[in-house]
Design a protein around this ligand. Structure first.
Ligand code: NI
Length: 182
């Protein structure tokens, strides 16, 4: 099932998401999230973006990487993740978000991270991620904390996106996928 994606301005995007009860059957939800993400040609999708305040996100960083890239892409679901550490040289990368169409901005984040999470079979994992996969995880993890990438913008850059954000929240920015507006 393809869910509509919550647009900027909906309060759920600013709320901290809640833990999922361990052992809950989330396979259908995870499959639906992958389907919704792929339908919208996204590389990541967090549950609040489909109007569910749960600590769950899916990513597929394969589409971000060139075929000859050294880094391998990751297609995975992360349940109740805990960001244990971020390290390495911060680098700037242009981010976008399915909830904030047509807005892109360079954001600087550390290169690597260690994450503890459950997979969709409720196996507990601890794993290190780096490069563009780490970047997608950082962006999606922020969604669970109620943080959007545009929250990092300051001054002139912040002012430059303001009118676009108002247009998005009013449904004035057309997308190839279905959205719910505040
Ligand atoms: Ni996003």
């Amino acid at each position: 099932m393809i869910y509509p994606i919550v647009a900027y301005g909906n309060p759920i995007l600013k709320k901290e998401a809640e833990e999922i009860e361990e052992g809950d059957d989330i396979k259908t939800l995870v499959a639906d999230m992958f389907q919704t993400m792929e339908h919208a040609s996204g590389v990541g999708l967090a549950a609040p973006q489909i109007n569910k305040g749960l600590r769950l996100f899916v990513i597929d960083s394969n589409h971000m990487l060139d075929e000859d890239a050294e880094e391998k892409g990751v297609r995975k679901a992360f349940i109740n993740p805990i960001l244990l550490d971020e390290y390495g040289n911060p680098f700037a990368f242009e981010e976008g978000c399915l909830s904030i169409p047509e807005v892109r901005a360079e954001i600087s984040r550390p290169e690597k991270l260690t994450l503890e999470y459950f997979d969709e079979d409720w196996n507990l994992k601890e794993e290190e991620f780096s490069g563009l996969t780490a970047r997608v995880i950082q962006h999606e993890y922020d969604h669970l904390e109620g943080i959007l990438f545009i929250d990092y913008l300051k001054g002139l850059k912040k002012r430059m996106v303001k009118s676009k954000l108002i247009d998005i929240s009013k449904g004035k920015v057309p997308t190839d996928y279905r959205m719910v507006y505040p």
